[in-house]
Ligand binder design. Structure first.
Ligand code: ZN
Length: 384
């Protein structure tokens, strides 16, 4: 497959967020080349001048099983997310599973089952990276070892369960790191799923890979504690849609001032008490566009997430999965490009979503406003 006539390629890379490329070649579900005037056999998609960005990676979701949210009884939230430009989502713990177990055996079993189920279940092609155990008292090093051997790669939010004191938080985060599980810690006030208040001191002590929702999930710590977290940790800082947006703005400005945008990652924290917002990730990107250039805002929701989560993807680069989203200015918003629209605060229109080289949303997204321009399949290609 060949994509031509791209108006703007956003790379997903914070260091160099845009590329002069106008075409992308896809082979076997992977990006084979990104360049100017590329040619090749197979179907051709004329981007019609639209911008192309990497598929958004939601760094913070709480899936259950299937494409269903028990707390909100909503169906199809994952598919709706794909229509909002999300191609991958990382579990922060399957905490809304009704009656979720809290004993060590049950936690292990749930995380392994969730990991297995979502490896086999790809709603509209979405990659749900699930199976994130929530640390509970009674779990030990052997539990982490067994889960790691079974293929569990993520640790759900520390602090969502019974593990909350500094010494035990440090122990669990340490076991996770030793066993190769990427970890995150709840930051802020108690959440609806039963988490504890996790303040700056314990968040810093944990040294988890991700400080989850520094802007609250949904209750945010006071400003002075946010500064302590930013200065007292060295890894990823996450802002989420289901949090305090005033605090998100405050944190992002602090990161910009300190030259720390490489640490910024974006998630939604859905589905939760705040519900599901299918455009949550896109709305976060547009929110960031008010504070930084468009390409960097996109990078915080793509390449940065991939980097901190150890994922192969999140960027428009040869050798990575062809997860691509076509965006353009919506009609009536004043701008003529996605960049102009987003800088003004409008959501772009999504015209196509490709996951692993397959077109998953063709024509208009069911959730975004109509765009001025849309990509079109102009040649189905002959035998290769
Ligand atoms: Zn949380």
């Amino acid at each position: 497959m060949l994509i031509v006539n791209i108006g703007q390629v956003y790379t997903g890379w914070m260091e160099r967020p845009t590329s002069p490329a106008d075409s992308i070649r896809i082979e076997d579900g992977m990006i084979a080349a990104v360049g100017q005037g590329l040619t090749g056999p197979g179907p051709v998609i004329d981007a019609g001048g639209c911008a192309v960005m990497p598929g958004l990676i939601d760094n913070h979701v709480h899936p259950a099983f299937g494409d269903w949210t028990p707390r909100q009884s909503q169906l199809g939230w994952i598919e709706s997310g794909v229509h909002g430009g999300v191609t991958s989502m990382v579990s922060a713990g399957e905490v809304h599973v009704p009656g979720r177990p809290r004993d060590a055996v049950g936690v292990r079993a749930l995380s392994i089952a969730a990991q297995r189920c979502f490896e086999n279940f790809r709603p509209l092609g979405a990659k749900v990276l699930a199976g994130a155990p929530v640390p509970e008292r009674g779990m030990g090093r052997d539990d982490y070892l067994e889960m790691s051997r079974a293929g569990v790669r993520w640790l759900g939010e520390i602090g969502l369960g019974t593990v909350r004191d500094e010494d035990e938080v440090i122990r669990h985060a340490g076991w996770a790191r030793e066993m190769g599980l990427n970890s995150m810690i709840h930051c802020g006030g108690p959440s609806i799923a039963g988490s504890n208040l996790m303040g700056a001191a314990v968040v810093c002590a944990a040294d988890a890979d991700i400080v989850a929702h520094i802007n609250g999930g949904p209750t945010c710590l006071p400003a002075e504690q946010l500064i302590k977290v930013i200065e007292g940790t060295s890894r990823a800082i996450e802002i989420v849609h289901n949090g305090n947006m005033n605090a998100a703005r405050y944190v992002v400005l602090q990161l910009i001032e300190r030259g720390l945008l490489d640490r910024l990652v974006v998630g939604t924290d859905s589905p939760a008490g705040s519900g599901v917002q299918p455009l949550g990730m896109l709305r976060m990107v547009v929110f960031l566009c008010g504070l930084m250039e468009t390409g960097r805002a996109i990078a915080a929701a793509t390449g940065n997430v991939a980097k901190w989560r150890g994922l192969q993807g999140g960027m428009v680069e040869a050798g990575l999965a062809a997860d691509l989203v076509f965006i353009d200015a919506p009609m009536g918003g004043g701008g003529t490009t996605a960049e102009q629209a987003m800088a003004w605060g409008n959501l772009p229109g999504i015209g196509m979503v490709i996951i692993d080289g397959q077109i998953r949303v063709s024509g208009r997204s069911r959730n975004t406003p109509p765009a001025i321009r849309a990509p079109q399949i102009i040649e189905t290609g002959g035998a290769e």
